[in-house]
Design a protein around this ligand. Structure first.
Ligand code: KG4
Ligand code: ZN
Length: 354
């Protein structure tokens, strides 16, 4: 069944600052992206080999105002043309979230607009609606980001059954750690993606943890295997074949993600697979999932890479859904760094906040 959920048709200005991207977007009619401005902080964090929360929140503070104005300018709109403000309240870094929430409240209060609290993970799922051909439900979603790795059964929008998640590192976190270990810099995901293109995915033999068991994931054994293989090369006086290692590591992650996603689709008897989160920007993962889906007669929806990584457009779409379903949030919303599925936000209220 083709299914676009009821979405608020007004213009939503969304703000996303949950991690290290400062982003603002304007979306109208639920899924029409008028602008989506994303300022990455990768350059600032890369010299530390990972995200430094203090720096992240300070940079959000410095940039947010300009990014919001740029989003309005690109859309050819003014604050007076906006109908609602959506903002990510979690999960994410507390300090980073607070900057976005404070900014969103300030605009909502000064312009007299309703405020909509959005779960970042639901945002990643709704990114799959920003396509010409919306996904069918029921679906299985593979959500793979820097902080989360989940398989979710979605009988209806807003009804999420998490059927598997990671027992240790998230997929993106494993990419980042191995990227750093191999000296490829930060963030490791895009770096490994690039490096792997000239490598042999069978160059090193690495484990596929829990391949046949359930829907949970574990990447810590794979990380250890990479470290052991590199140490083995060093002990034997051999050069480390970095491109081969990047390709072999990536292949091991992709094998597990793909196997579990398609097994879940089969068990839940759905012909629709959604893929979201920063790791969904990975070229090898995209090619594998799209190829296997075609062969299995499953419709695979993966957004363009720029909508897989953190962005405010997806927050606007999820906001349009929540606003239509539940009305505005209360103005006392705060950051919820550990917010989880099933993504419902307790302080959502039918009354508007203005
Ligand atoms: O969704 P996202 O932008 O932020 C979180 O919500 O965490 O995901 C960021 C993660 C990082 O770990 C990054 O290394 C990974 O997504 N990532 C990739 C690629 N692009 C971003 N991983 C593999 N291949 C990529 N091309
Ligand atoms: Zn994210």
């Amino acid at each position: 069944m083709q299914y676009l959920p009821p979405l608020f048709s007004g213009r939503v200005l969304a703000i996303e600052t949950s991690c290290d991207e400062t982003s603002a977007a304007i979306v109208s009619n639920g899924v029409e992206v008028k602008s989506n401005v994303v300022a990455s902080q990768d350059a600032e964090h890369s010299r530390f080999g990972g995200i430094v929360p203090e720096i992240a929140s300070r940079m959000h503070l410095e940039r947010l105002r300009k990014i919001v104005w740029r989003a309005l300018e690109k859309a050819g709109l003014e604050v007076g043309d906006i109908d609602a403000i959506a903002v990510t309240i979690g999960p994410g870094l507390a300090g980073s979230l607070l900057v976005g929430i404070a900014g969103a409240k300030a605009i909502a209060l000064s312009a007299g607009l309703p405020l909509i609290a959005v779960n970042h993970l639901e945002g990643h799922l709704f990114a799959s609606l920003i396509v010409d051909d919306p996904p069918e439900l029921p679906a299985v979603a593979l959500l793979v980001s820097g902080g989360h790795t989940m398989l979710i059964h979605i009988p209806q929008w807003g009804n999420y059954q998490v059927i598997g998640s990671t027992l240790d590192d998230a997929a993106g976190e494993a990419f980042d750690k191995i990227g750093r270990f191999l000296g490829l810099g930060f963030p490791g995901g895009p770096a490994i993606d690039r490096e792997a293109r000239s490598g042999d995915p069978e160059g090193y033999s690495l484990p596929r943890a829990m391949l046949a068991e359930g829907y949970d994931f574990s990447f810590s054994g794979l990380k250890t295997a990479v470290v052991n293989a590199v140490e083995g090369e060093i002990a034997a006086g051999r050069q480390i074949r970095v491109a081969d290692m990047a390709a072999s590591f990536q292949e091991a992650v992709v094998d597990v993600l793909a196997a579990k996603a398609f097994r879940a689709a089969s068990e839940f008897n759905t012909r629709s697979l959604l893929v979201g989160g920063g790791v969904a920007a990975n070229k090898r993962l995209r090619t594998r999932l799209e190829g296997e889906a075609r062969r299995a007669g499953i419709r695979c929806r993966i957004s363009p890479p720029s909508l897989c990584t953190d962005n405010a457009a997806m927050i606007a779409v999820a906001g349009a859904f929540r606003f239509e379903a539940e009305g505005a949030s209360l103005l006392d919303i705060g950051a919820v760094p550990g917010l989880r599925a099933p993504f419902r936000i307790a302080s959502q209220s039918k009354t508007t906040s203005t």
